[in-house]
Ligand binder design. Structure first.
Ligand code: ARG
Length: 463
């Protein structure tokens, strides 16, 4: 443990190797390296500008830091467990490259404000990437919706066939969820983009630093006003985990539907070979692995949210080492959410085909047009509740006779109620049933076409 006395001469003996291993975060916080360098460059420049260190010293430090980043990107910088964490690793390497002046970098700073800065820079970057992934996913939904405005699919409540709907309407429901996810992440971004740098260990610093200068250099829109809050706040990470949990919940719901639709019982979709796998023993099978994995991975992200909330709930001000535990779950949530968004986008673009023949049979083979018969009578002046009861009886006798509503003769209709005319047949045809639901936000084709146009407009917004 060569670096075991990094923190001070106060310590006389080296750390127990097992404890050093237990204490270290370098195996996972190395992922923060580019952001650590970015933060340190801003800090060093500010130290030079405020004459806390000499300008030439600041320049040397900046150059050294840039070199470390290059080494890291080329795979030449791989610090081991003896470095404890990414912050020490960079500082030691800096001193090895530029000599004693490297030891001035940590003036007026603590690892507490440093790690908070790194985490915010990291998450800010990832939020932008995930918002981009969400846009790709929304585009895939929109493309599919555009080709399926007039494709009908049974609409369900209680997983019982309720009323036929436009397939595009169904897909656009997921587009709307993704739009809220996109907006929510924009909101999280604002509260992530706040600078804790310069708050020191917990109480600020005796040096005449310029926090506004580092914040501006790093593109932070605001600064923490309270140093204790700055070094111990992880609300932004919790908010992110909440937002990513919701993304995953939405993807999981769509995945569940795709899995059900692909089953032999439904046969609403066919999965293409490029996105499905076979069984090692049952040659007839084609498995919907992608949506199943998304549904499964949702549990991980939801778990990370729970873990972070529990991590924070008992912490006194200000920094506590418990906070080192904030990283792995967060990193995994970021990676999982991105991977799932990218996979579902591919699945929608090339992995799934709606079986139009099967869908049009499905919407014609049941009583999901019964509401429309009641609406028909209500339009002719019969009070809706009475109409509802009349249709209930019709469904009952039709079921007993093995008939669908479309199979009833006009004489049979008239026997039920004299208000029925020849136009009852068009009123209950699936295409008409859907088209007629032209209320705002409904499944009527005109509404769906407007929803698509509106979605296209919102997709052009980028902040
Ligand atoms: N590795 C630490 C973490 O991730 C860095 C901050 C350490 N601060 C301290 N006071 N020990 O939280």
């Amino acid at each position: 443990m060569t670096q075991s006395n990094t923190w001070s001469e106060r310590f006389e003996s080296a750390l127990n190797p097992a404890i050093a291993q237990f204490n270290a975060s370098i195996p996972f916080d190395i992922e923060l390296l580019p952001y650590d360098i970015q933060g340190s460059i801003a800090h060093a420049k500010m130290l030079g500008q405020t004459a806390i260190i000499d300008e030439w010293e600041a320049q040397q430090i900046v150059q050294g830091l840039q070199q470390i980043l290059t080494e890291y990107e080329n795979g030449e910088f791989q610090p081991g467990i003896e470095e404890e964490d990414v912050h020490f690793a960079v500082e030691h390497r800096l001193t090895a490259i530029i000599g004693e002046v490297g030891k001035k970098l940590h003036t007026a700073r603590s690892r507490n404000d440093q790690v908070g800065t790194d985490l915010r820079l990291y998450l800010r970057d990832k939020i932008s990437q995930i918002r981009h992934d969400l846009r790709q996913y929304q585009q895939a939904l929109l493309d599919l919706a555009q080709t399926h405005v007039e494709t009908l699919i049974p609409g369900y409540t209680h997983l019982q066939r309720a009323q036929p709907i436009s397939l595009a309407h169904h897909l656009l429901a997921y587009w709307e969820m993704a739009q809220r996810d996109w907006e929510r992440l924009g909101d999280v971004w604002k509260r992530t983009n706040v600078s804790p740098l310069g708050c020191g260990a917990l109480a600020g610093t005796t040096f005449p630093i310029d926090r506004h200068c580092t914040a501006a250099e790093l593109g932070f829109e605001d600064l923490y006003r309270n140093s204790l809050d700055a070094v111990s706040d992880r609300d932004f990470a919790i908010e992110f985990l909440n937002a990513s949990s919701l993304i995953m919940v939405h993807l999981s719901r769509l995945s569940e539907e795709i899995i059900v639709w692909a089953s032999q019982e439904f046969r609403f979709v066919a999965l293409s070979d490029s996105c499905a796998t076979g069984s090692s023993i049952m040659p007839q099978k084609k498995n919907p692995d992608v949506p199943e994995l998304i549904r499964g991975k949702t549990g991980r992200v939801l778990g990370h949210l729970q873990a972070m909330l529990v991590l924070m709930k008992g912490l006194p001000l200000a920094y506590n080492k418990d906070l080192q535990e904030d990283k792995e779950g967060l990193f995994d949530a970021v990676k999982t959410t991105q991977a799932c968004l990218q996979a579902i986008t591919i699945l929608l673009a090339e992995g799934i085909e709606f079986r139009s023949q099967r869908l049009s049979e499905a919407v014609a083979e049941d009583f999901s047009n019964a509401t429309d018969v009641a609406d028909y009578l209500a339009n002719k002046g019969v009070p809706f509740r009475e109409a509802y009861n009349i249709v209930g009886k019709v469904v009952k006798t039709s079921l007993a006779n093995g008939k669908l509503l479309k199979d009833l003769t006009l004489a049979e209709w008239k026997a039920i109620h004299p208000a029925f005319e020849e136009d009852i047949y068009t009123a209950i045809a699936p295409q008409q049933v859907v088209s007629a639901r032209n209320s705002y936000g409904g499944t009527g084709f005109q509404q769906v076409r407007q929803a698509i146009e509106h979605a296209k407009l919102l997709m052009n917004e980028n902040h």
